[in-house]
Write a protein that binds this ligand. Structure first.
Ligand code: SF4
Length: 197
């Protein structure tokens, strides 16, 4: 069970397997491994101290940034995320990024962006689709289509207002060229970076 794993020049924190989505492209369905992780399926969710202990053990001068990612949605554990991110910035002096499905406001029942903006250097948000209907088809999320997509859009807009480095992404090969183009236009209108991953 890997809490922190290395992939390329970054360290990734895997602190929960809980996720409100079941994306049709999710690698959780095909492999337990990524980077140097043995298995990303957690027996139990790690504490702040357990995460920091692994980070201290694995972090070296070659690490570019530390990313909250993993085999679940990190904003399911906001208190832990905020504490670990603060300690990384103050102690390890590394840049901190969050990779998220952007549904954290729904998951927490409150606006989490101001808290995130205090501790993150950058955020990468899964846009996944250009409209609510195709979003639901791709993510198979537990929320209804309009609720999820509207919350995602609001989350992206607020991140753009409060953070400097915001990217939205889609996964290549699951949308038509026309849909991909619409996603790129949405990113441009919102004033955020766009990436096909
Ligand atoms: S949001 Fe991420 S972890 Fe959750 S199902 Fe989709 S790809 Fe997998």
């Amino acid at each position: 069970m890997s809490i922190v794993y290395r992939y390329g020049r970054n360290l990734y924190i895997n602190m929960t397997n809980r996720c409100p989505c079941s994306c049709i492209f999710c690698i959780r369905d095909s492999t337990p491994r990524l980077g140097d992780a043995d298995s990303l399926w957690l027996k139990e969710e790690p504490s702040v101290d357990e995460i920091m202990s692994e980070l201290h053990y694995k972090c070296d001068l070659g690490v570019h940034e530390i990313v909250f990612c993993g085999y679940g949605e990190p904003t399911n554990r906001m208190d832990t995320l905020l504490e670990v991110a603060s300690r990384i910035r103050s102690g390890l002096k590394k840049k901190v990024r969050l990779d998220t499905n952007g549904l954290g406001n729904l998951l927490n029942g409150r606006d989490i962006v101001p808290d995130l903006a205090r501790v993150l250097d950058s955020i990468s948000i899964s846009l996944n689709a250009p409209d609510a209907e195709s979003y639901k088809e791709i993510t198979r999320c537990e929320f209804d289509a309009e609720t999820a997509y509207n919350s995602l859009m609001g989350f992206i807009k607020e991140c753009r207002e409060k953070m400097d480095d915001v990217t939205v992404s889609i996964v290549g090969g699951y949308l038509s060229p026309a849909q991909e183009k619409r996603c790129a236009s949405i990113a441009e209108e919102l004033g955020v970076e766009f990436r096909i991953r």
